[in-house]
Design a protein around this ligand. Structure first.
Ligand SMILES: Cc1ncc(COP(=O)(O)O)c(C=O)c1O
Length: 406
């Protein structure tokens, strides 16, 4: 579909066939220690979108600015919905369900953005893509790179969980561990593309990342029988996923397929709460993030301004949870529903659990509540050190079995 860009801060529109990242005017007003300015949103003609309302079924590809070549080499989308029945009975909400984006090809939601970025690279005859990542975006882009034959240069904090880094090495990416934070790696990757060229896939910096991530909302709309849920819980660090979730529902509304955007909840750790703070105070200031949920540990959220704008416009809210609540939610999900996710994902469940009484009061016990689960648990097994112990082995004898269970 034909598209143009609009600056999130000043509203100026840009029509171009070139790859662009920021509104130069707003970017020049950037102050140190503040959320980035001048990031762009992709928009379409409403008449074009309206045509989609005539279709009996819409696919995520109907809403994309680039065609996805050879979809079968890197199949992204149509992740299952899991209903954690035993947990729903415990919390007293009948219709909570988990959207399992942890089951995407590289094990995280980030495949949604990487698919569209790969398409952007192929459309522009670019072979090289650089990015920074807390781990999952890097693994996803590296996976897409292996599938499509693209060169991926990945800057990651050296402290990222080893499984995530190793995954990218195995996919064949050039991995550059950085002695610094994710925010440091972000700036270094931009330095790389400035000097050496290629596409930069940094989350939110490249507007196509949010555009790719919106696909989850379009999928949900079809999976729920052509309607939106009442509430969606999203784990938030940079704010790019939540902006994508909003954008998907926004496009569906522009197309005339839904008449309201659901309540979308920004689930954050108390120890990485930059967007929640900005939502409350109106000030877009950096913080010092220290959460164990590494994927959402962000000092300066790249999509912070857009996320807050969406939350304010469409009646969303922020729920912060403690580190213990996150780790308990991870255990509860795996133990009582068979859903095994990394701590960042569990943050969404922890926030929903914290809000449960309010949800019952405001939306009723039958409300349709989606908890977006974004990353698979195998990515970070070290988080269980000191929390879970492997039982001792028994002797290889019948008597040992009898002794063990008597
Ligand atoms: C598993 C997982 N969940 C949630 C997030 C948060 O997404 P965002 O940084 O766009 O807010 C990330 C980001 O890396 C992630 O990997």
């Amino acid at each position: 579909m034909k598209f143009r860009y609009v600056c999130v801060d000043c509203g100026k529109e840009y029509v171009t066939d070139k790859i662009i990242y920021q509104c130069p005017e707003c970017a020049s007003k950037q102050k140190e220690g503040e959320f980035p300015r001048g990031y762009l949103k992709v928009i379409y003609d409403n008449d074009e979108l309206r045509k989609l309302s005539e279709k009996d079924h819409v696919s995520i590809y109907d809403f994309f600015p680039y065609d996805i070549p050879n979809k079968e080499v890197y199949p992204v989308g149509t992740t299952p919905i899991v209903v954690p029945k035993r947990l729903n009975e415990k919390i007293g909400l009948k219709n909570v369900f988990c959207k399992m984006d942890a089951y995407l090809p590289s094990g995280s939601f980030k495949d949604r953005a990487s698919q569209l970025i790969a398409a952007q690279a192929i459309a522009h005859n670019e072979k090289r893509i650089a990015l920074a990542s807390t781990g999952n975006a890097g693994a996803a882009m590296s996976c897409a790179g292996a599938a499509y034959g693209l060169d991926i240069i990945l800057f990651v904090p050296e402290t990222a969980p080893i499984n995530k880094l190793m995954q990218s090495v195995l996919y064949g990416a050039t991995v550059v561990p950085v002695k610094g934070s994710y925010d440091d790696a972000f700036l270094l990757s931009i330095e790389y593309t400035r000097h050496f060229g290629g596409i930069n896939r940094n989350t939110a910096y490249n507007p196509m990342t949010i555009e790719g991530k919106k696909s989850v909302s379009i999928e949900l709309f079809e999976q729920l029988g052509r309607k939106a849920p009442d509430v969606v819980y999203v784990p938030v660090g940079d704010g790019c996923i939540i902006s994508g979730v909003y954008k998907g529902f926004y496009d569906l509304m522009q197309a005339g397929l839904i008449d309201r955007i659901p309540c979308i909840v920004c689930a954050q750790s108390e120890k990485s709460n930059a967007i929640s703070m900005a939502f409350e105070t109106g000030e877009f200031k950096s913080i010092s993030a220290t959460t164990r949920a590494d994927s959402i540990s962000v000092d300066i959220p790249a999509s912070g301004r857009m996320a807050v704008q969406y939350l304010k416009t469409y009646g969303g809210w922020c729920t912060q949870v403690s580190e213990d609540e996150i780790l308990d939610a991870q255990m509860t999900l795996v133990h009582d529903s068979g859903i095994f996710v990394e701590p960042a994902s569990a943050t969404a469940w922890a926030a929903m659990n914290k809000d449960k009484d309010m949800l019952k009061e405001r939306f009723g016990e039958d409300a349709s509540i989606c908890v977006l689960l974004t990353g698979i648990g195998f990515k970070d097994m070290a988080v269980f050190d000191g929390r879970v112990r492997m039982p001792a082995s028994i002797e290889n004898s019948a008597q040992a079995v009898i002794d063990r269970f008597s």
